[in-house]
Design a protein around this ligand. Sequence first.
Ligand SMILES: [Zn+2]
Length: 155
Amino acid sequence: MKQSPQLKKAEEAMKPGVITGEGFLGKDKRHLIDILIEDDAEVSRSGLSHDIIAEKMKFFKEEGIKGEGLPVCVGDNFEVIVESVRGKLACPFGEPGLISKNNIGVINTKIKQEIHFTDFHIHMIEEHGFYQGKGSPYRISPKELIEILEIEPNE
Ligand SMILES: [Zn+2]
C-alpha cells in the first residue's frame, strides 16, 4: 500500500543510526504502512485494540514500580520488576518531546514465559499501533503480549 509522506518520514527515522543504532525495522523490508496494517489486523482478530494492550502494559508497569527495583507479585501468576533507566528517546513518528525508557519485565509463572518492554514500547503501541519490524531485536509481537500478559477483550 502507498504510504503518506508522514509515514515515509517516520520510516526514514526508523532506519539504523538515526534515532538508535539498531533502528526499529530489523530485517523487515516491508514499508512501514504494511507492517502497521499486518499487526493491526492481528490485534483486531483477537478482539482487542492497541489501547487495551497498552493499558495492560501500563497496569503491569504501575504495579511493578511499587517494588522500587525489586520484584512484585501481581495477581496469582505474575512477577513484575521495573528497572529505571536513564536516558530518553525521540519518537520516530516525529511528535515533539522525549520518551523515557524504563525497563519492565513481566514473568507469567503459570506458563513460565517472560517478556520485557519499555515505556517506549508502550508509547509506540498506544499512539501508533507500532510493534517494530520483524527481525528487530526489540520487536514484541501482539501475539506475545496477548499470551504472556493474558490480555482479554473488555467485557
Ligand atoms: Zn510517538
